[in-house]
Design a protein around this ligand. Sequence first.
Ligand SMILES: [Mn+2]
Length: 429
Amino acid sequence: MKPLDQTLIDAHNDKLRRHVLNDYEHLGEQLARRHIDIEPVRAQVAAFGVAIPSWGVGTGGTRFARFPGPGEPRHVFDKLADCAVIHQLGRATPTVSLHIPWDKTSDWRELRETAAGYGLAFDAMNSNTFSDQPGQAHSYKFGSLTHTDAATRAQAVAHNLECIEIGQALGSQALTVWVGDGSNFPGQQHFRRAFDRYLESTRQIYAALPAGWRMFLEHKICEPAFYSTVIQDWGSSLQAATALGPQAQCLVDLGHHAPNVNIELIVARLVAAGKLAGFHFNDSKYGDDDLDAGSVSPYRLFLVFNELVAAAHERVPGFDPAYMLDQSHNLTDPIESLIDSAEQVQRSYAQALLVDRAALDAAQQANDALAATRLLKRAFQTDVSPILQRVRLDAGAAVEPVAAYRASGWRQRVAQERPASAGGGGGIV
Ligand SMILES: [Mn+2]
């Protein structure tokens, strides 16, 4: 069952259908002059999907404050309904990524059936050992999987095993592990021993992975630890993933690097190592800003996709990245931001599909730097909106999803059913 009245979306599309078809035909002609067939591009964009994080449909806030909006989801079933709205309007987000314990419920089968009813499935499970939960025996104040105390490490391992178990009940096939473990003072932590403890703990989690599952190791330069972090960059992540085995891979969150770091180069290195797990898409100006994907640096997002399309084009063995959004919405309606970010990611993918790979190879081989960079710019500067709109039209999603969402009255409706949530304290980071 779809959360929105489909006849409203169909009526919205009927008004725009002629324009979409005309624009698509026109772009097809333009691309044909560049010897690009628009049809395979459309098919690949139509098959592309990016997961929604369950926590993304609530207002995230910052470390300083959270300003809740109307109709915020009360529990995982409300979150699922909001994700279903996003997917119905955009048809680019067929999966949801859960976070335990935030999304705990008493009946996982009911949750799975509800999701299936919306046409949604479950992406990677996310564990949480960066905050203490009520009744928890051991505190994570000084770390979790890398804590100096064995009982605290065991508790963190057990939590991850529980996440795998829940994931199995939901049909998920991956566990994402991010730890905030680290230190705030020089000398506070023995770097090598902390890393060894990380391996010791994650080996126990890895050993419990069901067949076909993958373990995504997510690195982050800093925060909450501000002097050192145990898995602070792709080097540590790759070292750990290599030590664990083939089911462990490295997840790239775009906001988890120092400013100006060449993320597309990191992506290329992980692809080459057969260790690219996938992405948490967002945008960043200074740090882990969790801004909407492509809102600040759309060219960087395109350059990441350029590496991904190149890897697929060159048929790199084992290349199978998972895509997810990971954003914190402070100012916007989270549903609108997630619709727009999913489209942004789809757009970058479509643009990267337009890169003339043979010409780029030739320019690189000939050391023609200007020709090479112009080939990328040409693809990036192509307005692929007609492809995205045509894909949505064909799938029964909305040609203009944000406009259709605003017209649907969804937010006003759920604001009646869901009591206003309290503001105040810091949100997620
Ligand atoms: Mn992330």
